[in-house]
Write a protein that binds this ligand. Structure first.
Ligand SMILES: [Ca+2]
Ligand SMILES: [Ca+2]
Ligand SMILES: [Ca+2]
Ligand SMILES: [Ca+2]
Length: 477
């Protein structure tokens, strides 16, 4: 205590007698940042206004200031300093995020002698610069406040899709809404996202604040805290931080109704003469299980041109949305190593062109079935989140079929249709056949039936690449 008192006294003396402004008799301020402590933050709407102007010039007809999720109750605040992270999860209903606002501020406790100077400078303005110097010397100002957005709590601390640093001096002790433009970031509606704030250094006298509401005011998310840089989190039950997110619709948002849509294509070739018949079998199987024929485009032979397939996929995109189930089926000639498929009349659709078209779809439940030579190679172009790929053979294997009336299709298709036709494939007994279940039903039978090496391949990224434990159910029994 004695040392601290002595130190303060010495510094006061030094400042009093060696401060250049004091010696010059001038009350001029140095820009120490802290000068602006009591000013309001710069206009938080600036980002938004410029963004709107850009959109008007681009003649896009949407309103970016449409508020989507928010929690505005302010019953208190958490202190942010020393590396502790606070987070608030939320669930957007729109597919594009445009803007984030959080209600934040700062707090700092001045030592008594600086308080004294603050009072004195009202009568003696020349003391102002000295007061600021004292503040910068004695306040343990925290690092910039980092505001980030994450799509998973497992992604911290490195994989934020948005991050902004806010300076201590840019905030005020009266907590207010701070706005960040998000540059139209694509999100998955109805999935949880996380707003994370963190600052290092500072102390219990000098810290950032984030307002919160009590009694669980926001039901689609929760406040959380991490004391280990985001490695582990605990929920602050019944608390929600103050936030607002703004968004735009993509038109692909789930509408609460699960509709089923399909594009089914079979193109016969010299190499594979049962393609058209295979496509018809799949079509009939889906219709017999309640899929509406009006929801299916069946493209046989000369209808299965590149233009025809891409137009059908575009039609399907216009129909489906985020909570629908979609199916793309192709039977025909495949290119060596599975770089694409051959359509009518020998038109080539590459794996990446097909991926582009499928990528337009809003559905998060996409089944793709290929009964064609080398189809296993398509996985390298099409293997993405929300997709389950059923491929009739490896990338270096042919696929066989039989025109015998008993079979009259590719072997893989034959056993898929058989699997969809009964209860045998429903291994988890939920009265649905999933893409995964019907694959495992057909896989071994196809290999046994073929007279050449043919090993069907499954690619399962449903519901996502990192988590494929759920089944993509698409045919009810
Ligand atoms: Ca829907
Ligand atoms: Ca769509
Ligand atoms: Ca099942
Ligand atoms: Ca799965």
């Amino acid at each position: 205590m004695e040392n601290r008192g002595l130190k303060i006294f010495v510094v006061l003396l030094m400042l009093l007698f060696f401060n250049p402004y004091f010696l010059m008799g001038e009350g001029k301020q140095k820009n120490l940042g802290l000068n602006r402590l009591n000013q309001h933050p710069s206009n938080p709407k600036n980002d938004v206004l410029s963004h709107t102007q850009v959109d008007i010039l681009g003649e896009k007809a949407y309103f970016i200031n449409e508020i989507d999720q928010y929690q505005e109750d302010d019953d208190g605040y958490e202190q942010i300093y020393g590396g502790i992270c606070y987070a608030q999860s939320f669930t957007p209903s729109k597919g594009i995020l445009t803007q984030l606002e959080i209600k934040i501020g700062i707090e700092y406790d001045l030592p008594w002698f600086i308080e004294l100077f603050v009072h004195l400078e009202k009568w003696f303005p020349f003391l102002q610069s000295m007061t600021e110097t004292l503040k910068s010397y004695f306040l343990n100002e925290p690092s910039d406040l980092v505001v980030s957005l994450y799509s998973s709590e497992n992604q911290l601390p490195s994989e934020s899709f948005f991050s902004k640093e806010i300076k201590f001096a840019d905030l005020s002790t009266s907590r207010s809404w701070y706005s960040c433009s998000l540059n139209r970031h694509d999100v998955i509606s109805n999935q949880k996202y996380f707003i994370v704030v963190q600052a290092y250094n500072g102390d219990k006298d000098t810290y950032y604040t984030w307002s919160f509401g009590s009694n669980d005011p926001y039901r689609l998310g929760t406040a959380m805290v991490s004391v280990d840089d985001g490695a582990t989190w605990s929920h602050l039950s019944s608390t929600d931080f103050c936030f607002r997110v703004y968004g735009e619709s993509t038109g692909e948002e789930p509408d609460g109704t699960v509709n089923h849509w399909a594009v089914i294509c079979g193109v016969d070739s010299d190499q594979y003469t049962v393609a058209q018949a295979s496509a018809v079998k799949i079509y009939n199987s889906l219709c017999s299980h309640g899929w509406y024929s009006s929801h299916i485009k069946l493209l046989k032979n000369e209808m299965g041109t590149k233009k025809g397939v891409l137009e059908a996929l575009s039609w399907m995109d216009g129909q489906e949305d985020g909570d629908d189930v979609v199916l793309f089926y192709f039977c025909g000639h495949g290119e060596g190593r599975g770089m694409g498929i051959y359509l009518y009349p020998s038109e080539f659709l590459s794996g990446w062109e097909l991926d582009d078209a499928i990528g337009e779809l809003g559905s998060h439940s996409i089944v793709m079935i290929f009964d064609s030579c080398y189809s296993g190679g398509l996985q390298q172009y099409l293997g993405k989140n929300y997709r389950v790929l059923l491929m009739s053979s490896q990338h270096d294997e042919s696929s066989q079929g039989d025109s015998d009336p008993q079979i009259d299709s590719g072997y893989f298709t034959y056993y898929l249709v058989m699997g969809l036709g009964g209860t045998m494939a429903d291994t988890n007994n939920d009265h649905w056949i999933s893409a995964e279940e019907v694959f495992y039903y057909a896989e071994h039978k196809t290999s046994m039936k073929a007279t050449i090496p043919q090993h069907p391949q499954l690619y399962d990224a449903y519901p996502s690449i990192g988590n494929n434990h759920e089944e993509l159910s698409f045919v009810p029994l």
